[in-house]
Design a protein around this ligand. Structure first.
Ligand SMILES: [Mg+2]
Length: 301
């Protein structure tokens, strides 16, 4: 597509950003958690659990436990071991996409919001309890774009992204890039946080202001804070003065409650210009999930 083909109105658009949980929110992945389940006679047997079921039973420690009591062993499929040439994340994303395209599965609640986010070229973060490297998540997003956006939708995405380049980086930056480079540049502006990845954990532990690395909820808070600080650096750099909203979606009610609480306690004060909207997508039959406006009144930044 020629570089002079771009969305000229993009600089007037509202500043809307999203934080997405991945599993059962964007895609329904065939990745299993390895647990043990207690039988009536008190013995324990191996038991594979889907991420959707795990979000319901994860507090039921009387009936379920990780193998040998070691959580790392429960999440072997959620890591990128050095022995694998392709991330299990990418392999499972391929299977999930195949199932969607063949009609064997219906899309999770934030699937269409994610597609729209990509088409509009909006900045987003993936925040997941998985333990993969950021590059693995990014490759999953590349595969999503490649296989789930039509040719017209990909063209629309590039048209919008070139609009942002012209508005905020100047026409020369836009003209210097091929379509592929425009998309790669966009993907490198997003954040990919798998909060049980060893490098991510080291970053949390190295930050004295971090809320603690010991549970998934506080690690997700660290990832959300990182994304907001990253966003605000960018917004200040481009000097945009328009309403800002940040949406967060997750199908795990425990995460939704923890994030809503974090917004009220910390983020509302730290980022008073932001309207925070939380989507509880725990009911797979409710498109986009249940919307909860947690804070903000669309004040100008
Ligand atoms: Mg999930």
């Amino acid at each position: 597509m020629p570089a002079d083909h771009y969305n000229p109105d993009i600089a007037r658009r509202d500043l809307k950003y999203y934080i997405f949980d991945w599993d059962d929110n964007i895609l329904r992945m065939p990745t299993y958690i390895h647990l043990e389940r207690k039988l009536r006679d008190g013995s324990w047997v191996p038991h594979l659990v889907s991420t959707a079921l795990f979000s319901v039973i994860r507090k039921d420690t009387a009936q379920y436990r990780p193998p040998g009591g070691v959580w790392d062993r429960a999440f072997v499929e959620f890591r990128d071991p050095a022995t694998r040439t392709e991330s299990k994340f990418l392999e499972d994303a391929r299977t999930a996409i195949d199932r969607l395209l063949s009609g064997d599965d219906k899309s999770p609640p934030s699937f269409n919001t994610f597609r729209k986010t990509l088409r509009e070229g909006r900045i987003f973060a993936i925040v997941t309890a998985r333990g993969h490297k950021p590059e693995s998540l990014r490759k999953g997003v590349e595969m999503f774009i490649d296989r789930l956006l039509s040719t017209d939708e990909k063209a629309e995405m590039v048209w919008n992204l070139r609009g942002y380049l012209v508005a905020y980086e100047g026409p020369a930056a836009n003209e210097s890039m091929t379509d592929e480079e425009v998309v790669a540049n966009y993907l490198s502006m997003n954040r990919y946080h798998a909060v049980t990845n060893p490098d991510f954990l080291s970053a949390v532990r190295a930050d004295p202001a971090a809320p603690g690395a010991d549970n998934p909820e506080t690690r997700k808070q660290f990832a959300i804070m990182d994304f907001l600080e990253w966003l605000f650096k960018m917004i200040e750099r481009i000097g945009a003065r328009r309403p800002i909203s940040v949406g967060f979606s997750d199908d795990d009610p425990g995460n939704v409650a923890a994030v809503a609480d974090f917004i009220r306690r910390v983020l509302a004060e730290r980022f008073p210009a932001v309207k925070f909207v939380v989507y509880d997508t725990s009911d797979p039959d409710v498109e986009k999930g249940h919307k909860l406006v947690v804070s903000g009144q669309m004040a100008l930044f």
